[in-house]
Write a new protein. Structure first.
Length: 708
């Protein structure tokens, strides 16, 4: 018997990027556990991955290439060989290009794995070389990042570990215990040190239950609260005037703008009493160090971008950045010197490109396109759009087209894979090599391959090497080994990479970026914001460029400009779907719906696995306030229908006073097979974008609920 341990890293789209240790016995992974030496993740894994070996060895795994044998959507396939699969894909692609041009091919991907090699951008160079239609990925944080950059630049912000030094912590639209759980010990330590924890969330989440103060807020009205806080700070003189004078621009204009956003106005919009808005603002200003952690959910409504702009102004107004543990935390990903152009290769694109946003897949597959040919070939990897994208009926209608050739690379027969013509088996993290950034801490991680791939599964890197060769692309770039790709994935000469060697990174599994320690680092004590002015821009100079998308999301595709310059000052945009803005719609659909992350799923990952299903509930559940349920004759456990003009889905009702009256909560990530009918929550979410970054607005939704 031979037993070894292998250092790795969790692959999933989560801020924590946990360090893993896999125990391998005679070539089989027998256990996956957290690495206790990692300073941030500290040896604990969440419910999503603490039995990761069961995912690897699941009897549901796809292990061989397959060709469809039954109707599209039936899930009927027969095994074929890799040579046959690749040859067929290449032949069909060449035929599509010959008949309709390369823009008739649409790649579709997201962060099914977050690895730098096998993740978001692994297919970009090939599809750019072919001249395929670009699929713009703005699902998550694109609006937030755009707004954040407009205000304080691409800064990593507060070191998450510095939260232990904070005395006032606001978690804004962030359910830390479910979606960023390894940050919780730092917050908990701050609480033990005397810090006050405030959670702003429409729902009394797991995190809110442990807060000193939970402030429930109506969905989509966070911007009104943030602007009212700025109003109070300025009106009452609770400001750090020296910091404002030295390290900000546009204060006078901001003061004039927020004069209209009184606490009374915000109370009317948000449902938060005036006295609570005043108390929150005064405590925030008078309890340094004060820090705000914003969650992804804060952008998911009509005014999400301007909400983040307003929140991003608050720390500079009170000089919170001067203190260790004070300021704002959004995405530390900005600290990592990833070679994004080298990963994406936008330079390979032809001069004219067609761009389709990933949120608009349904219309795209049904012929509602910008100029250019119809989509005749779809290549899906690292994504399950049938479960995670709106207009699900239209996506299904498009995927069912006999003239659409669809390829899906996957671990399991997902809702999307069931419609494929060719299904390809992908490796899991234990079966591949990768290097990992984090969007929740400052440690670079390395994932060593722990076991040989099961069956005939291959990494995405190898998949695109094979496909490039079959497409007769002879550029050596497309045949680089994984080792070469890792060597080129980062700017190893960057100051933050000092002392980090690939050899030591592979051995340890992680290394902290060469940045000041959490105990003494206040990143913007002296300003030095990575904005055009070098200051916090209350009045944004980047706004003159128009409604752009932050570079991380626009992918270098030249699709970042959209219309006239935007207002350079933060302002409030009401939700699209609310009583105040759509009274006629609200009479028919009087409940607001939000679709937060599930505690046990990672987007749609794990939605098919028994342990996670048992934790989340085996079928789609919906949380209702008892008063709303009683008005509709709905008891706990009642089968219900949630619907609006866009569609409907069926679920099981859970009654909870943790949900505000007038609110419906339907956690996302459930597969269609877990729903009583066809579809899930995204069958009814909106198609419109938010104000910045072309972010989706799926928390800006009015619905009605009825018992079945």
């Amino acid at each position: 018997m031979t037993r070894t341990t292998v250092m790795g890293a969790c692959p999933h789209d989560c801020p924590d990027t946990c360090s893993l240790i896999t125990t391998v016995e005679d070539g089989k992974a027998i256990a996956v556990r957290g690495n206790p030496d990692h300073p941030f993740t500290r040896g604990r894994l969440c419910v999503k991955v603490n039995n990761y070996q069961d995912r690897v060895y699941s009897d549901q795994r796809l292990l061989y290439p397959m060709r469809r044998t039954g109707p599209k959507g039936s899930g009927q396939f027969a095994r074929i060989g890799w040579d046959e699969a690749i040859a067929e894909i290449a032949a069909r692609f060449k035929d599509v290009i010959a008949q309709d041009g390369p823009q008739a091919i649409l790649p579709y991907s997201y962060l099914g794995t977050q690895g730098i090699l096998n993740g978001l951008n692994v297919g970009d160079p090939l599809f750019n070389k072919l001249g395929a239609t670009v699929c713009e990925r703005t699902f998550c944080d694109s609006g937030s990042c755009t707004a954040y950059m407009m205000t304080i630049g691409h800064t990593p912000g507060v070191d998450p570990e510095s939260f232990v030094h904070a005395r006032y912590i606001i978690l804004w639209a962030c359910n830390t215990l479910s979606t960023n759980s390894h940050h919780w010990p730092f917050i908990e330590q701050a609480k033990k040190n005397g810090a006050k924890l405030v959670v702003i969330d429409p729902v009394r989440t797991r995190t809110a239950r442990l807060a000193d103060w939970h402030i429930p807020i109506r969905p989509g009205t966070d911007g009104a609260l943030a602007l009212a806080m700025a109003h109070i700070l300025i009106r009452e003189g609770r400001l750090d005037r020296d910091y404002i004078a030295q390290h900000t621009v546009g204060f006078d204009e901001l003061a004039e703008r927020v004069a209209q956003y009184t606490p009374e106005f915000a109370a009317e919009e948000t449902g938060i009493p005036v006295e609570d808005i005043l108390k929150l603002t005064r405590e925030y200003a008078s309890t340094p160090p004060a820090v705000i952690r914003i969650g992804v959910a804060v952008e998911r409504h009509a005014g999400g971008g301007q909400t983040v702009r307003a929140i991003s102004c608050l720390p500079a107004l009170i000089g919170a950045w001067k203190h260790v543990g004070g300021g704002l935390l959004q995405l530390p990903i900005w600290a990592f010197p990833v070679n994004w152009p080298g990963l994406m290769r936008p330079d390979l694109q032809p001069p004219s490109m067609r761009v389709i946003n990933s949120w608009r897949l349904g219309p795209a597959l049904n012929g509602e396109l910008p100029a250019g040919p119809p989509i005749r070939a779809l290549f899906v990897y690292n994504a399950n759009p049938m479960a995670m994208v709106c207009e699900q009926d239209r996506i299904a209608q498009g995927l069912a087209r006999e003239d659409l050739f669809t390829v899906v690379s996957e671990h399991f027969m997902t809702d999307t894979a069931r419609y494929a013509d060719i299904v390809l088996p992908a490796t899991t993290q234990l079966e591949q090599e990768d290097i990992m950034f984090s969007w929740g801490h400052l440690y670079l991680s390395y994932n060593n391959q722990a076991i040989a791939p099961l069956g005939e599964a291959i990494p995405n890197t190898e998949l695109f090497r094979r496909l490039a060769k079959a497409m007769d692309i002879d550029d050596p770039f497309f045949q680089r080994s994984d080792a070469q790709m890792i060597a080129e994935s980062m700017d190893w000469s960057s100051p933050v990479m000092q002392g980090i060697t690939l050899e030591e990174l592979k051995t340890r599994g992680y290394m902290r970026l060469a940045m000041p320690g959490a105990a003494d680092w206040a990143p913007h004590r002296d300003g030095n914001f990575p904005t055009p002015s070098g200051k916090c821009e209350f009045k944004s100079s980047l706004a003159e460029g128009g409604n752009f998308v932050a570079p991380l999301f626009r992918q270098g595709y030249g699709a970042d400009q959209a219309g006239e310059p935007v207002d350079p000052l933060p302002h409030y945009i009401r939700p699209n779907e609310a009583r105040a803005t759509a009274p006629a719609l609200a009479r028919r659909y009087p409940l607001s719906l939000i679709s937060p992350k599930s505690h046990a799923f990672l987007n749609s990952n794990f939605g098919n696995l028994p342990v996670q299903q048992a934790q989340a509930g085996e079928e789609q559940l919906v949380l209702l306030h008892p008063d709303d349920a009683g008005e509709r004759g709905i008891a706990a456990g009642t089968p219900i229908r949630v619907f609006n003009d866009r569609g409907a889905f069926e679920a099981k009702a859970t009654l909870s006073a943790d949900v505000m009256p007038g609110l419906v909560v339907a956690p996302s990530g459930y597969w269609h097979r877990s729903s009583r009918g066809s579809g899930n929550v995204h069958a009814i979410t909106p198609t419109v974008f938010a104000d910045l970054g072309r972010a989706p607005t799926f928390s800006d939704t009015l619905v009605q609920v009825a018992a079945l």
